[in-house]
Design a protein around this ligand. Structure first.
Ligand SMILES: *Cc1c(COP(=O)(O)O)cnc(C)c1O
Length: 394
């Protein structure tokens, strides 16, 4: 095959088109060519945005769509959320923001959580992005860029209220309060902070961070404020301020508390059976022989492995489901496949070509994350691009 060198690295320019949000079903041979089918319900995503907006009101609700909308496909998720009324989108990196611009109308505001890397001021400004500035050094750089351009460019300013990850620390906040020239030379549209333990309703850390933030705000010029991620929305009116920033709750994982029964699941994952076999008792199964059969066992091998985000820590402890019955994963998970014990199904076992459920009504994302010893965020963002993806939107 001849590769056209000239076109090889040209970025593809995709113009946002209202039709995208209407008819997004991408069906490549109905999963016939892939080991699994990942179904992403954009109706549920939109519904969750609506529920969160109602819970957060009168604060506005942004959407966090970093890491390809938590692995679910920002090209589909962002236009759907825009149609539902979302106007502020958060990503982590500049490249994610530049990509996201292609999928959203110009009216949408895109904020970049991970600051501006030194020297990227012009790229950020030219693209009309809103940087989230996390240190005095980047505040100074942005202020001098604005002065040079004679433009009050937008930014968000993050204060560290106790998580010690990103944002101005106490000393830097105090310095900024002494010399708040950034508020003069640029347009500080929001002051941000982020909660470390918001998924734990009763954790003291929440109120400690809240009062730390309030104290810092008192010393600075008054601008709108944003504190809460998904968990924070649950913590009560004090935590709402002017803008909330849910991510995981949009994708169907509710923080414990009031919201948990209201959100709809967004993701369904099915894996295809590619072989079944009967084996005797006393046989070692899979790489390293980490599973020993204790009785005659009926095994189904399915075509999803750790390269599909079905992480190896689910080996010998996770499960799939068929007809509502639990089918334990036996042996180590391979890169492209894994084995299930289907003995319990008797003669109603899945055959070559059938699908078993990995995420769905029988086994939720939270269950998978618990079995894997991780959090739903990590399972979602690991899912990868080998599945046949179906996007549902009516
Ligand atoms: C990722 C992130 C969010 C979203 O958090 P969820 O727990 O997914 O709701 C909000 N704010 C910041 C700063 C983040 O990094």
């Amino acid at each position: 095959m001849k590769i056209n060198q000239e076109n090889k690295f040209k970025p593809q320019v995709i113009k946002w088109n209202k039709k995208w949000a209407k008819n997004l079903n991408c069906c490549n041979m109905d999963g016939q060519a892939t080991g699994g089918v990942l179904t992403i319900n954009l109706n549920a995503l939109r519904y969750n945005y609506k529920i969160l907006s109602i819970a957060a009101a009168p604060a506005m609700t942004a959407a966090v769509v970093k890491a390809d909308a938590y692995g679910l496909g920002v090209a589909y998720a962002a236009p759907a959320l825009y149609e539902e009324g979302c106007r502020i989108f958060f990503v982590a990196q500049l490249n994610e923001a530049l990509q996201l611009k292609l999928y959203l109308p110009d009216r949408a505001k895109i904020a970049v959580l991970n600051d501006i890397h030194p020297g990227m001021e012009a790229t950020t400004a030219d693209a009309g992005l809103i940087p989230v500035l996390n240190s005095l050094a980047s505040v100074k750089a942005w202020a001098s860029f604005c002065r040079k351009k004679k433009k009050k460019l937008p930014l968000m300013l993050q204060l560290d209220s106790g998580m010690a990850r990103l944002g101005l620390d106490a000393g830097e906040s105090a310095k900024l309060a002494e010399n708040p020239e950034i508020f003069e030379y640029a347009n500080v549209c929001y002051i941000l902070s982020h909660l470390a333990c918001s998924d734990e309703y009763n954790n003291d850390m929440n109120s400690i961070q809240l009062s730390s933030l309030k104290k810092k705000l008192k010393a600075l010029p008054t601008v709108p404020v944003s504190l809460s991620n998904s968990g924070g929305i649950n913590l009560g009116a004090d935590y709402k301020f002017n803008l909330v920033r849910p991510g995981i709750a949009l994708y169907g994982i509710a923080p414990k508390g009031k919201l948990s029964s209201q959100l709809h699941p967004v993701v369904k994952l099915e894996a295809r059976v590619i072989q079944t076999r009967q084996v005797p008792a006393g046989l070692k199964i899979g790489y390293g022989g980490t599973y020993l059969t204790t009785r005659p066992t009926h095994i189904a091998t399915v075509a999803v492995g750790y390269a599909d985000g079905w992480i190896r820590s689910l080996s010998n402890c996770g499960a799939a489901y068929f007809s509502g019955k639990r089918l334990p994963i036996i042996g180590e998970i391979s890169m492209d496949s894994m084995m299930l014990d289907v003995t319990a199904l008797g003669k109603f076992f899945p055959c070559r070509g059938d699908f078993v459920e990995l995420i769905g009504p029988s086994q939720q994302l939270e269950d998978v994350a618990r079995d894997a010893g991780t959090i739903p965020y990590e399972i979602l963002t690991a899912l990868g691009h080998r599945y046949d993806r179906h996007y549902i939107q009516s």
